[in-house]
Design a protein. Sequence first.
Length: 95
Amino acid sequence: MNIEYLKYFLLYFLIINIVGFLSMGFDKYKAKHNMWRTPENTLLLIPLLLGSIGSYIGMHVFRHKTLHPQFKYGIPVIFIINIVCIYYIFQYFII
């Protein structure tokens, strides 16, 4: 296993999940204060970039977008896709 690649991957994974979590919180704040909102496509792009865990946790912590079907069902589906992608990343690039 190439430890250097693993460190970079874990750092990326941590950062993108923090971004996903915070993006839900910031958008909820903006929604409450009638401010410019984060586009839904952006909120869905972050989980696609392996940030589904943070986005999902952020949805429930901030109670944001939990009733929208594309988020309620889409983010868990994206999470499954993320698991498959992580598996292949480890199989072909890190190990």
